[in-house]
Design a binder for this molecule. Structure first.
Ligand SMILES: [Zn+2]
Length: 451
């Protein structure tokens, strides 16, 4: 009797064959066999080694709060990246087996970050027994009603289908460094986001030609528009007449933004359903285009930022989170007495006071942090924040803004209710940021008090 069941033994032999063939192919094409593949050939060589290998992957996946066993090394891609890290950029590493100088972000001032790599680099899904799990929300309060996932034995996500309560459906597939999210909105519109080799492509409907290509660079999102004019991917449909062409209104910009909003809100509510960890910070990135005196802003990508990425772009996020937590805790008695909306108003005011105090006591450090910018062009109206903030009053102010540099603004939207970001809220933010910080691209991040 062997260590493995006949079925598993059959899979081991198949894996050994496939791994050897791939190793041979790699050798023929590139003159060398990747270390990961070499280990796999070795592991598939005997029953005992195969079992050990499987267990090491599995315990690793269970041991960490990581969505995957492997990651792709990503770096800022500018001239400040040290040569040793530029050389690692794009390579795949195991969390259990870091390169000589450690994982991304571990050396001083390193701005590199790990991008999730789904599945083992050398094992095709066809060889694995995927685990199917269906979750239903019985409370009726979640953003989603049903989530179906297919997970690999190493704990990484292979596929997910999310049914949201507003009628939106999100189908996602994860393989290696590639991620596809197909979002079908309640009205039937479909938008597809594909991430491959660090480049994201956005497709409308079943189109094979991308609407735009987005890459994530040191200075913010870089966008190429192969098919359309800026006006069509911006959020302001009113400012430009629809252009003749294959696109039918509502504008592509609104469909893309609605798709990204759904992804963002699910990343916030149920990160595991989209292959992310609870530790990641979802962000929606907006690109601002200049056209003479006019500016157009469009939502271009959603990203679950790692701590390394947050420390590079939206540096104040940990502090904003802390101010929000403190406010929520100190005001907890008010919630019990006066209800959630009064409490929510008070939490916002409490955070605002904390920011104002810091701006006065440390004007150099906090000069680039702004609180409760009022929507009207006259500037901040301090009297307004005493009034009720629930309902429509909430849409008139921006909670906290951090001007990272002249080209980039981070907007921290403090949320005390269950609802996610809405399209109307996003449009208000876009409008205000453009007026106050002309030409700057911006990221929107939600901040909720930890319960
Ligand atoms: Zn680095």
């Amino acid at each position: 009797m062997g260590l493995l069941s006949p079925k598993l033994e059959e899979k081991r032999l198949r894996l050994a064959r496939v791994a050897k063939r791939q190793a041979f192919d790699c050798y023929m094409r590139r003159g060398q066999v990747p270390a990961a593949l070499e280990r796999l050939v070795e592991a598939a060589g005997s029953q005992a080694k195969f079992l050990d290998f499987g267990l090491s992957l599995f315990t690793k996946a269970l041991g960490d709060d990581r969505p995957t066993t492997h990651y792709v090394w990503r770096s800022a891609g500018d001239e400040r990246v040290r040569d040793t890290h530029a050389a690692l950029s794009g390579q795949v590493f195991a969390w259990s087996d870091p390169p000589p100088h450690g994982h991304p972000g571990s050396e001083p001032n390193c701005r590199c970050w790990p991008e999730p790599y789904y599945g083992h680099p050398a094992v095709p899904d066809a060889l694995l027994r995927l685990q199917r799990v269906v979750q239903s929300d019985s409370t009726g309060n979640a953003l989603w009603s049903r989530i179906e996932t297919l997970t690999r034995p190493d704990g990484s996500l292979a596929e997910s289908t999310i049914q949201m309560r507003d009628g939106t459906r999100i189908y996602s597939a994860f393989s290696g460094a590639s991620v596809t999210n197909a979002v079908t909105l309640a009205n039937g519109w479909t938008v597809r986001f594909e991430k491959r080799d660090g480049v994201r492509r956005v497709y409308l409907g079943n189109d094979q030609i991308p609407l735009m290509e987005v890459s994530w660079a040191a200075s913010g999102p870089q966008v190429a528009l192969p098919r359309v004019r800026v006006a069509q991917v911006s959020l302001d449909t009113e400012t430009e007449p629809p252009a003749p062409g294959p696109l039918i209104l509502p504008s592509a910009g609104i469909i893309v933004a609605a798709g990204l909003l759904s992804l963002h809100n699910m990343l916030q509510a149920e990160p595991a359903s989209l292959g992310a960890t609870a530790a990641a910070s979802p962000v929606i990135a907006f690109k601002v285009w200049k056209d003479g005196d006019d500016q157009a802003a469009g939502a271009v990508l959603v990203e679950a930022l790692t701590a390394e990425q947050v420390s590079r772009w939206c540096k104040r996020l940990p502090e904003v989170q802390e101010w929000t937590n403190t406010a929520a805790i100190e005001l907890a008695p008010l919630r019990a007495v006066s209800g959630a909306s009064v409490w929510g108003t008070a939490v916002h005011a409490h955070v605002h006071n904390a920011v104002e105090a810091l701006r006065i006591s440390s004007p150099l450090a906090y000069g680039n942090v702004f609180s409760e910018l009022s929507i009207d062009a006259e500037g901040r109206d301090s009297a307004m924040r005493i009034g009720p903030r629930y309902g429509h009053a909430d849409t008139t102010r921006l909670d906290i803004l951090e001007q990272v540099n002249p080209e980039l603004v981070c907007v921290y939207d403090i949320k005390t209710g269950v609802a996610g970001l809405s399209m109307s809220r996003v449009r208000v933010i876009a409008d205000r940021v453009r007026t106050r910080f002309p030409g700057a691209n911006f990221y929107i991040m939600e901040v909720r008090p930890f319960e």
